[in-house]
Design a protein. Sequence first.
Length: 406
Amino acid sequence: MKPIITHFTDTDLYKLTMCCAIVNCYPRAMVRYSFVDRNNTVYPEGFGKLVEEQVAYLEDLRFTEEEEAFMREKCYYIPTWFYTYLHGFRFRKEWVKVFQDEAGHLSINIEGYWHDTVLLEVMLLSIVSELHHTLTGELEKIDLEEYYNLSYEKARRMLSAGLIVSEFGTRRRFSLDVEEQAVRAFIAADRDLRKELGDAYKGSFPGTSNVWLAYKYGVLPIGTMAHEFISAIAGMYGPQEANHIAMDMWQKTFIGSLGIFLYDTYGFNAFSANFSEHFARVFAGLRVDSGDNLEQLEKICNKYRELGLDPSTKQVVFSNALSEEAAISLHKAVNGRVHDSYGIGTSISADGARWGILPSNIVIKLLGVKMTEKREWNKTCKMSEDFGKVTGDEDVISVFNYLLHR
């Protein structure tokens, strides 16, 4: 098959910003990841070999001068030295081990230096998703023009309701072509509503997490970090101060910029214990990615008040598996208590309801880390505010629970 990923920046911005922080703060750290299919999908015979073939294609990717020029303009917070690193970066297929068992279930394991392998996750997930929907014949059912039109109407409903929406759907998209139609539609709806409503228009589509599509259409690449940044630090130092160390290292790298912190790796209480007035002032806001959105909002607002800050001056990004209806309802409930915005992924880039197609439910999670090549491996986990999003060895989860709640 032809390569699915054909551009170095066909990935989410947060993988690149995390890579920058890792090179800066933990250049010798090594990690282990594992693929998780929450639906326990039975893939077609030979699927694993096709994934291996796509991984080999990644070795041909190169970071271009045009991509650098775009990122220098839009991502002003990224230090110049990092672009030199990206120009020399090369994927290597030996970092990835793919296995498909006789029943058709897929296993993918990744091991290597953290700053190398961190860039694989989003690309591998989008490869698996597009391959699956291609081989099952589902991708052929999707009419791209119709997908654009459906996305345009969806965008108008959300944006006219006053939502600030970014597209976060690369990891589980049906294909790049489908994701592109959605991004084009949201850009068009945002433009049209600005013309129609003028000053009465309160919504916005600032951009997409996909750096290549942001480059192609001249919008902002959106994103900061993933749970793995905190999870790896917890594996190296323990979970009690992992959020504190992660916030410190993030600010060390980006010097006050890129200040939306993803707080729920070990739940709100563990984060709250590390969230001082200093960090509350330095970081522009927080991202909610698990738990009940309104309950989390109340906790966030209370924490800011406890620290002497007005919650209405801070930003909260909601990204917890939101649908169009859920996002509109949530925006009404927030009612200006914070500056709310919405990162929406699967329901934008993989909405197959019109054709009876379900999106993939796949993730790649960090399971092990060591600070340098000479250290022993330490296991780690993600615990979250949702039981269904907990990943890692059960014994490690038990130990982390004990350490956080003793």
